[in-house]
Ligand binder design. Structure first.
Ligand SMILES: Cc1cc2nc3c(=O)[nH]c(=O)nc-3n(C[C@H](O)[C@H](O)[C@H](O)COP(=O)(O)OP(=O)(O)OC[C@H]3O[C@@H](n4cnc5c(N)ncnc54)[C@H](O)[C@@H]3O)c2cc1C
Length: 142
């Protein structure tokens, strides 16, 4: 079957793009991921995160270059190499940025990035257990 779209990387962005594209049942999407399955107890068990980080089949193991502000030390730069990408190895914290940061970016010239523009997308993304209101979403996928 010939794909209509090829999405490279099945992390946060790739999975969302592929899922949204395939909401149209006539569209064929080929989603390519360098890593393997996310069906692994050390991924589903939050306390096992340190073990995930040691596994090169789940984590790319990148390091920064020498950091001048750290006396030339290099820093561990974690990135998931598995279905779900870094969302499969992350700390599962769900929060939004501070509205003042978004409004600051808008004031610096990114007019569409003010909080008022972004809020509808945050709401669309989530289902809040307390129910939808002007800040929270009620029927999103997260
Ligand atoms: C350790 C850690 C903890 C984090 N904790 C949190 C948290 O608690 N809360 C939060 O909101 N965010 C957290 N994040 C951030 C969040 O997970 C990332 O911002 C998000 O996953 C980035 O999405 P992405 O689609 O850009 O990349 P990723 O989700 O990293 O996806 C990229 C995918 O592309 C694949 N890929 C790369 N190159 C190729 C190639 N050439 N061919 C095929 N596939 C390829 C990778 O294997 C990977 O699966 C954390 C991130 C890390 C690393």
């Amino acid at each position: 079957m010939q794909p209509d779209y090829i999405v490279v990387g099945a992390g946060a962005a790739g999975c969302i793009v592929a899922a949204r594209l395939t909401e149209d049942p006539t569209v064929n999407v080929l989603l390519i991921e360098a890593g393997g399955s996310d069906r692994n107890p050390i991924i589903t068990m939050p306390g096992a995160l340190p073990f995930v980080y040691q596994r090169r089949q789940l984590q790319w193991g990148f390091r920064s270059g020498p950091e001048p502000q750290l006396g030339g030390r290099t820093i561990d730069e974690k990135m998931g190499k598995v279905l779900g990408g870094s969302t499969s190895i992350n700390a599962m914290i769900w929060n939004r940025g501070n509205p003042m940061d978004f409004d600051g970016w808008a004031a610096d010239g990114l007019a569409d990035w003010d909080y008022a523009h972004c809020l509808p997308y945050f709401r669309k993304l989530e289902t809040w257990e307390g129910g939808a209101d002007e800040w929270r979403g009620g029927d999103g996928p997260m």
